[in-house]
Design a protein around this ligand. Structure first.
Ligand code: GTP
Length: 308
């Protein structure tokens, strides 16, 4: 029988690290180590993962067996990555990382004592071991992110939506928090395509997606659900608040100044709103939001309808 504290899952990265003599949970080794030995170890250790955060954590731990540190911060805004490890401290040594002109982020070492010239030389030498693993991890991260994004509107795609919706439902249930969905669809979009061409239609989709994002909090998520249909996931948001958000979105899209060859195009959206019921599945929640959207269309468009 498997007791709750046991697990039969194998983390291959951890297992490989243990074979190489490293453990992520162990404090850094107190055994003196030379720069050359540490570079050799890092060369092997950092190749065990394609997860940039994990690589930076391994690096931070390993470096401390040669140069004492209190913190490491790293950021690469275009990869949407920011990491703060350890406690903030007064002295810092910052590096802009790049490889063959490719920007790989900013990394800052921090600690309470000033760094000596020798230590700075050691840190720079160790950073060389980080470059290739970090570059590969950033490429991997970009590939994973692009597999989950709609390239036209830069919103999440259907695959991302399926994954995130289920996760958010589980979280809402565990934390006893409300969760609401807005399903929205551009009105008479076919006419826009027919009258002004598909590239104008694409521009309208891009503008509407940008408008939706600009009206929402960072934690709210926008997905392109179909051709001219979007889904907004509002975690921690009850029915009344979701209805207000929906109205705000509807109004913002109506105010959009879209032009085709200098001629203004009227753009509006219809929305269906549903809030998670106790024990409800993702499919049922989506179905109720879709039914509410159907009612909004049937009742004249450019309106919000609440699921029953
Ligand atoms: N330009 C462009 N058009 C798209 C895209 N995806 C879907 N469409 C078009 O969106 C239109 C949707 O038409 P309908 O489903 O009839 O909906 P509608 O005209 O918006 O009418 P209602 O939803 O009833 O208000 C179709 O003409 C599709 O070709 C896209 O990526 N770009």
């Amino acid at each position: 029988m498997i007791t709750p504290s046991q697990t039969n899952t194998i983390d291959f990265d951890t297992a490989k690290l243990q074979r190489l003599g490293f453990s992520g949970n162990r404090a850094p080794s107190l055994r003196p180590i030379s720069l050359a030995q540490l570079r050799q170890q890092l060369g092997m250790q950092l190749q065990t993962s394609l997860d940039a955060e994990r690589i930076l954590k391994l690096f931070f731990t390993a470096v401390q067996s040669l140069v004492p540190l209190d913190a490491l911060t790293y950021q690469q805004p275009s990869a949407d990555l920011r990491l703060e490890l350890g406690e903030r401290a007064s002295h810092s040594a910052g590096y802009r990382l790049s490889h063959e002109g490719e920007y790989l982020g900013e990394l800052i070492f921090r600690r309470q004592q000033r760094f000596s010239d020798e230590e700075l030389g050691q840190l720079e030498s160790l950073l060389a071991s980080l470059l290739f693993p970090l570059r590969n991890a950033l490429l991997y991260r970009t590939a994973v992110q692009s597999a989950l994004r709609d390239p036209l509107t830069n919103t999440g795609n259907r695959i991302a939506m399926d994954q995130i919706l289920q996760r958010e439902i589980d979280l809402a249930r565990r934390n006893l928090q409300p969760l609401s969905l807005l399903m929205l669809d551009l009105d008479h979009f076919k006419r826009i395509n027919d009258d002004h061409g598909h590239s104008t239609g694409d521009e309208v989709l891009i503008d509407v997606a940008a408008t939706l994002k600009s009206q929402l909090r960072n934690v709210d998520m926008v997905f392109r659900y179909g051709g001219e249909e979007f889904l907004v996931l509002l975690s921690g948001t009850c029915r009344d608040a979701a209805s207000m958000v929906g109205e705000r979105l509807r109004h913002a899209v109506q105010e959009l100044q879209c032009l085709a060859q200098g001629i203004p195009i009227e753009v509006s959206i219809s929305l269906g709103c549903a809030s998670l019921l106790a024990g409800e599945s993702a499919e049922s929640l989506l179905r109720r939001a879709d039914n509410a959207l159907y009612v909004a269309k049937r009742d004249g468009r450019n309106r919000l309808s609440m699921a029953g």
